[in-house]
Design a protein around this ligand. Sequence first.
Ligand code: PDD
Length: 285
Amino acid sequence: MKVIWNSDIVDRSEVKIDPEDRGYQFGDGIYEVIRAYNKHYFYLDEHIDRFFSSAKKIEMNVPYTKDELKDLVNRLLVESGVNTGNIYLQMTRGVSSPRNHMYPDAAVLPMLTGTMTAVERDAVQMEQGIATIVTEDIRWLKCDIKMISLLGNIMVKHEAHKRNAEEAILHRDGIVTECSSSNVAIIKNGEILTHPDGNLILPGITKIVWMKCAEELGIPVIEKPFTLDDLYDADEVFCSSTTIEVMPVCKIGDKVLFKNGPGEITSALQKAYLNEIEKTCGKIS
Ligand code: PDD
């Protein structure tokens, strides 16, 4: 299996991670997940921009230009032979030896790795939707940084799994923020509501895409905080992320939202999203 290791594409077996790498010791690093369809990345520029923005927020220098990074991820796509799948790109702050919380000096180079996995679109799940639970948002207050320290996200995802659900919808004091690994939106009386960007949620790239689709369809989108009562009272609910696209929520806890396919607006967004994919990446069979 070919992977990105710093500025090269190498065989996975050649990668050596130091036990004192700060990613390994402190979770001190950032990442991106970018989807490719038909050997073309979808919204690559936006993902690379967010990667740089996350790095800046933690004062980490990216020792590559955006073009160099794009070139590397494109080379991995070709060399991996993957047609439709996800690239996971991660950069840690490099090695601090001996272990020390302080950021190392600028001469210490970050460690870049990237893996590509073939993953088909799950059209069946997109029609059936996912079951969710509601739980407290136990994460820190800089959720806009796409960082690798994901323990808070993992714990709530595991809670969802234990309760036979795929995703955890999170709230802070009754205000819905996002999910463990996706953004969330509700639909009420023909309007879409979703939490505004800021420090409490990740500014999703998929959210940018579906908001553009909604605008083209003439569906109003309001970015404002909404409550758990609004969530339970919604006509439709959907999650969004690079890997699940626009994913309808069929269940919140014990409350069933639909059994026979998603609501009208979610379906329209899913179709528009697929169109957007096909515009950049070619026909999806
Ligand atoms: N997760 N919020 C959180 C907490 C996320 O982890 C993600 C993505 C999103 C949606 O972001 P985007 O639309 O840019 O994928 C929102 C990725 C897929 C992951 O960690 O695997």
